[in-house]
Design a protein around this ligand. Structure first.
Ligand SMILES: NC(=O)c1ccc[n+]([C@@H]2O[C@H](COP(=O)([O-])OP(=O)(O)OC[C@H]3O[C@@H](n4cnc5c(N)ncnc54)[C@H](OP(=O)(O)O)[C@@H]3O)[C@@H](O)[C@H]2O)c1
Length: 206
C-alpha cells in the first residue's frame, strides 16, 4: 500500500495527495481507461478530487471540460481545463455533447442531468452515488460507482507525475491540528480550493 513520497514536496503538501489523487487516478485510468484525445466532463473541478482529476485527465491527453463556481473559472482553466462551466449560471447539459467520460464528483441531480452529455458507448463514473443502471442502459452508456482502494502502483505513478512537474496538489491552507474544528467548518463557509491539510506538530508531546 505504501510508496515513497514525491521528492519535491514537503510532508504537509504530500498529505494532500494519496486519497484525492488516487481517487482521480483510479476513476480515469482504471475505470474509464481514458485515451488521449477523449473528452472528459469533470463535475466539481475545483475540489479536492476535482483538482487532481482535471490535471490527470489533461496530462493523459484528455480534453477536459469542468464545472465549478464562477470564482474558480480561471483557476480551473489554469489546471488544464479547456472549458469551465459556472454550475450556478449555466446548464452544463445544454453545453456539452458527446463526452467520452463524465466524472461525477457531485452526485444528485448533477449525475442525473449528465446522461445526455455522453456519447453512446461513453462512460459515467461516480464517486458519490451508484448510477441508475436502467438510465445507463437507456442512454447506451457504461456507468459505475467505486470507492478508492489502496494502490501502490497508482501512488508511484502519481508521485512520478508530481516529480516531473506535471501534477501538483492544490493545498488551500495548512492548519494546526488544534484548529481542526474551525478548519472543518471553513470547508462549508469558505469553499476552499483543493485540500485543507491538518498539520500534526511532532515536537509537541500533548
Ligand atoms: N468514492 C470514493 O472513493 C471517494 C473518494 C474521495 C471523495 N469522495 C466523495 O467525492 C465527493 C467530492 O470529494 P472532494 O473531496 O472533491 O470534495 P470537495 O473538496 O468538497 O469538492 C467538491 C467540489 O464540488 C463543487 N460543487 C458543489 N456543487 C456542485 C455542483 N452542483 N456542480 C459542480 N460542482 C459543484 C464545489 O464547489 P463550490 O465549493 O464552489 O460549491 C467543490 O469545489 C465527496 O462527496 C466525497 O465524499 C468519494
Amino acid at each position: 500500500m505504501l510508496a515513497a513520497k514525491p521528492s519535491q514536496l514537503d510532508h504537509d503538501r504530500t498529505a494532500a495527495v494519496p486519497l484525492a489523487a488516487l481517487t482521480a487516478w483510479q476513476a480515469l485510468v482504471d475505470h474509464a481507461e481514458l485515451q488521449p484525445g477523449q473528452h472528459v466532463l469533470v463535475h466539481g473541478g475545483a475540489g479536492g478530487v476535482g483538482t487532481f482529476a482535471v490535471q490527470i485527465a489533461t496530462t493523459l491527453g484528455g480534453r477536459v471540460t469542468a464545472t465549478a463556481s464562477a470564482r474558480d473559472t480561471d483557476f480551473v482553466t489554469a489546471l488544464g481545463a479547456q472549458g469551465v462551466i459556472d454550475y450556478r449560471a449555466e446548464r452544463f447539459e445544454d453545453l456539452v455533447r458527446d463526452a467520452d467520460v463524465v466524472l461525477d464528483l457531485v452526485g444528485g441531480e448533477t449525475q442525473d442531468r449528465s446522461w445526455v452529455t455522453l456519447r453512446p458507448g461513453g462512460t459515467l463514473i461516480s464517486i458519490v452515488q451508484p448510477p441508475d443502471p436502467e438510465k445507463a442502459a437507456a442512454h447506451d452508456v457504461r456507468a459505475l460507482f467505486f470507492i478508492v482502494e489502496p494502490d501502490r502502483v497508482g501512488l508511484v505513478a502519481i508521485a512520478e507525475l508530481i516529480d516531473k512537474g506535471r501534477l501538483m496538489p492544490v493545498v488551500d491552507r495548512v492548519v494546526p491540528l488544534t484548529e481542526t474544528r474551525a478548519a472543518y467548518e471553513a470547508l462549508v463557509t469558505e469553499h476552499p480550493r483543493g485540500k485543507v491539510v491538518l498539520h500534526v506538530d511532532g515536537n509537541r508531546s500533548t
